[in-house]
Design a protein around this ligand. Structure first.
Ligand SMILES: [Zn+2]
Length: 259
């Protein structure tokens, strides 16, 4: 296939798919911010395991493998469901696992070096991706709209849905690359704020997503189009989640690999 045709076909396919997690830029921002907070020895060990690939670039691997049916059973690992009036314990985890179950498993694999998902590099790629997804508020779904995928709404006049707006429309709307956006976020986040973010458990961070989901990110049901005012109200929330995901990923990796 000629390159130009390939890109046209790819873009058509991507734009017609349901959204599954932060888009490429969002995941890469999380990986890039994490890299900036790694201890030198952690960074060295991870670079060797990933054979030089950056956390930013490997962060989307879990989405890339979706085109291979072998990985179909991984689809439910990108999210969890906690209803508005439930705790996670009350909601329970499904038999196929969910994002919290898998984050615990992968962390244990990295700590014990007993790998079940194809080795240490894959385990790191899964951790990078899922810790990012956990901070996208619509990855902790309320259980009735596929994490906002069924909440159809236009964004600047183009067909979209609430999940996709949070995955990629808002981020892509800035027209910044992942490195530009990461640098901006790092420059505007004081170090004491970084330290404040670096606490809590996976469950705490899932609950933060749930709280955010319930705190007004759902537009009124009769609204047909979102534009500047939605961004104005939500960019600071979205950017804080990207920063939190990145610095917490660094915290987890430093705990496992730091010396
Ligand atoms: Zn995902």
């Amino acid at each position: 296939m000629r390159l130009k045709t390939f890109w046209i076909v790819s873009l058509v396919l991507v734009s017609s798919l349901p959204s599954f997690g932060w888009g490429q830029t969002g995941h890469r921002i999380v990986g890039e911010i994490a890299t900036s907070q790694l201890k030198p020895c952690t960074e060295k060990k991870i670079a060797a395991i990933l054979q030089g690939e950056s956390l930013a670039m490997c962060s989307t691997w879990m989405d890339e493998v979706k085109s291979d049916k072998t990985y179909d059973h991984w689809d439910p690992w990108h999210y969890c469901t906690i209803g508005d009036h439930q705790s996670y314990a009350e909601a329970g985890s499904p038999s196929q696992g969910d994002i919290l179950v898998k984050l615990d498993e992968i962390t244990r694999e990295l700590e014990t070096k007993k790998f079940k998902h194809g080795g240490e590099a894959n385990a790191i790629k899964i951790l990078v991706h899922l810790l990012g997804d956990l901070h996208q508020p619509l990855h902790v779904g309320r259980g009735d709209d596929k994490g906002g995928n069924d909440f159809k709404i236009k964004y600047f006049g183009k067909s979209s849905n609430l999940h996709r707006i949070w995955d990629s429309d808002l981020i892509d709307g800035t027209q910044l690359s992942y490195t530009e956006y990461s640098q901006h976020l790092l420059r505007t986040t004081p170090q004491d704020r970084v330290k404040q973010h670096q606490s809590g458990s996976y469950l705490d961070w899932a609950n933060e997503s749930k709280v955010l989901r319930m705190a007004g990110i759902y537009p009124p049901a009769d609204l047909e189009n979102l534009s500047y005012s939605y961004g104005y109200e939500n960019y600071s929330r979205l950017e804080e989640r990207l920063v939190q995901a990145g610095v917490r990923l660094a915290m987890v990796l430093n705990r496992i690999y730091g010396c």
